[in-house]
Design a protein around this ligand. Sequence first.
Ligand code: 13P
Length: 334
Amino acid sequence: MQSAGLPETARALVRAGRGILAIDESVGTCNARFAKLEIDESVEARRAYRELLIAAPGIEASVSGMILYDETIRQHTAAGVPFVDALRSRGMHAGIKVDTGTKRLPFTDAETITEGLDGLRDRLDAYRAMGATFAKWRAVFRITAGTPSPRAIRTNAHALARYAALCQECGIVPIVEPEVLGEGDHDLATSEDVTRRILAAVFDELALQGVVFEAMILKPNMVLPGSSARPISLDEIVAANLRVLRDTVPAAVPGIAFLSGGQDDRAATERLNAFNALGGEPRPWVLTFSFGRAIQQPALERWRGRPENVAAAQEILVRRALCNARAAEGRYDA
Ligand code: 13P
C-alpha cells in the first residue's frame, strides 16, 4: 500500500464497493457532538470513540480509508497500537485533515476562507512520515440572497488548488472538498447553479496549479434543495447531480466521494444508490461516499460514552457503512 503511486492510491480509495469514512472532526466539533449526548469532552473519550470506529470488526469490507484529525493520527488503541497501523494492517488507508478551519473573508457578507497553507509542506511531510497516504481540505459556502460571492468562490478555489498541488508534490492524494451547506430554503435549481459555478472555478484553479486529476478525489455536496425547502423527487435529484458533475468534473478524476452534510443517514444512502442505479449513461468516475455524520451518528448515539455499548455501536456502524458500500454499486436495498 505504501509503495503505490498516487493514481493507484486514489483508485484504491474509490475501488468498487468501498468508500471513505470521515472521522476528522476537530476537537471543538467532536466535543459539541459529545456534549449533546452528555459524553465526557476529554482527550480519552475522543480516543476511545475513535478506537471504536477504527477497530470496528468488518468495517474494512466497506471502507477503503478513514480521514483522521491531528489529535487522532497521534493516538493509539488501548492495547498500544497506533491508529494508523490499526488501519493499515486491515488494508485501509489513513488520511488527514490538513486545513486549519475557516476565517471571515474581508469585504464579504460573513463569507469564509479556509486557512492552513502556511507551513503546509512541512506538515504534509510529517503526516506522510506518520503513514498518511491522503489528505482533506474543506472549503465552505453558504447559499443566501447574496452568497456565495465570486470573491469567496475564487479565493477558496485558489486555496484548494494550492493545497492539492502541495499534497501531490509531497506524495499524498488530495481530497478536494468544496461544500455548499444544505441550510436554507433555496430550491434545487439554485443548489445546482451554485454547485456548478463552484466546481467550474475549482477545476479551473486545479488546472492552473498543475494538479494531476488522476491523483485526486473530489468530495462535493450532493445537489439538493435547501433543508427547509419543499422536498422533491429522487429522479429530479439524480438528474441535477449528474448534470452538474458531467458539466464540470474532468473524466480523468477517478472518483467522486460525496459528503453527507447533515442529511438523514438513510436518505443519504438512498440518494447515493440512486446516482449509481438510475444514472443512465456510463460515467467516467466512480460515485461513492466520504460520509461523516451519515455513518457515525447512529453509532455515536448508541455508544454514549459507555464501554458496555461499544460492540452494539460498532455493529450499527458497520451496518451503515455496508449499506453505503452497496449504494456505491447501486445495489442498496433498504
Ligand atoms: P459529513 O458527511 O458529516 O458532512 O462529513 C463529511 C466531512 O468530512 C465534512 O468535512
